[in-house]
Design a protein around this ligand. Sequence first.
Ligand SMILES: NC(=O)c1ccc[n+]([C@@H]2O[C@H](COP(=O)([O-])OP(=O)(O)OC[C@H]3O[C@@H](n4cnc5c(N)ncnc54)[C@H](O)[C@@H]3O)[C@@H](O)[C@H]2O)c1
Ligand SMILES: O=C(O)[C@H](O)COP(=O)(O)O
Length: 410
Amino acid sequence: MTPRLSVPKEKLKFVLLEGIHPSAVEALKQDGYSNIVTSPKALAGDELRETLADAHFLGIRSRTFLTAEVFAAAPKLTAVGCFCIGTNQVDLDAAMHRGIPVFNAPFSNTRSVAELVLAELILLMRGIPEKNAILHRNGWVKSAANSYEVRGKTLGIVGYGHIGTQIGVLAEHLGMSVVFHDIEAKLPLGNARQAPNLDALLQQADVVSLHVPETPQTQDMIGAAQIARMKPGSHLINASRGTVVDIDALTAALESKHLHGAAIDVFPVEPTGNDAVFTSPLTRFDNVILTPHIGGSTAEAQANIGKEVAAKLIRYSNNGSTTSAVNFPDVALPEHAGRSRLLHIHRNVPGVMARVNERLSSAGINIAAQYLRTNDDVGYVVIDVEDATRSAALDALCQVPDTIRCRVLY
Ligand SMILES: NC(=O)c1ccc[n+]([C@@H]2O[C@H](COP(=O)([O-])OP(=O)(O)OC[C@H]3O[C@@H](n4cnc5c(N)ncnc54)[C@H](O)[C@@H]3O)[C@@H](O)[C@H]2O)c1
Ligand SMILES: O=C(O)[C@H](O)COP(=O)(O)O
């Protein structure tokens, strides 16, 4: 049976996991949403399925994995907000086929990551992580060996997007020379140069910093062969995704001293909460800065992300707009004051729109406005009708073959 999801605002249940900033709850409450459940942790397995059994909206960060099975157990789920940049933790295709748009915050924490990386590259080039560790063990090694200024050195940026470009600009202000590698042709900012390929970048950089998304192509992108091409004594920074670096290859390169140091913020497997245990072969190296995936975890970034993604969920819930959804036809809608708005998500097969209009017409319903966007698989049509015909219109729409979801906005 076609899910018919029409629920008054105060009954819509929002679940916000992974310690999403209170600014999200504030925004939701201000808009009249009161059924909000929060948790500081990521959830998985039965716990996640039980929590989602009656949830309409879900907010997550990078550690809650939403698979096709999870969506199958969440019949009322209407939209997902990733309160972060990465959406690799969500099966976007499965969400789309269930009529669930997924939103994220594509910019809000990028400056925070850029600042952390800048700090790390200076600390690594000066050998500070080892020196710090020695003093914490009551030792004292005052030496200029393996300690360098960053001025005049080369920074290699892999993935020249929102974060990579900011780091490039900041590093040039420190007097560094910037080279980048990206699968797209990119406008170089400042004096940065696009390397002809990844190998060319690895061979010339004193510090390599990774800023690519998690995709099948970036899986183990930096393995033994790539590390071998890096300059002896160079450094690696990864604040992108844990799957991008082969940790065993990095461990071997640190053991052989081919690399002088590394700063790693993300790991192939990360603990689900602050009470869990972290293990990694990298913990034994003094010359490795390890941070618990906090590249984007600043007060400023989290507060902004909370507001930004909550606003996207509120807009979709109140008005039906899917603007900036990462997996869905993009429909930007005007207000619908004085009318009722129906949302109809369907499989994008021939004849659906004809049947939608036929059914409404034979039920005697006048269409005041209609907006349609499709992608290869899914169509999203929004129809405004007079308030008096709302219920009949919903009945007619929900019976159209190939409907995935239909609902009326309150
Ligand atoms: N550590 C953290 O807390 C933290 C915070 C924010 C983002 N991130 C991670 O950083 C990643 C990058 O963020 P962003 O905002 O710069 O994203 P972005 O989309 O703006 O930039 C990513 C760049 O990588 C390029 N790219 C994609 N595949 C590539 C490949 N195979 N080889 C080379 N280049 C490739 C893209 O063309 C793009 O220019 C995010 O996807 C996220 O996973 C981590
Ligand atoms: O994708 C992101 O924005 C970062 O990896 C941050 O993830 P987090 O919200 O889990 O810290």
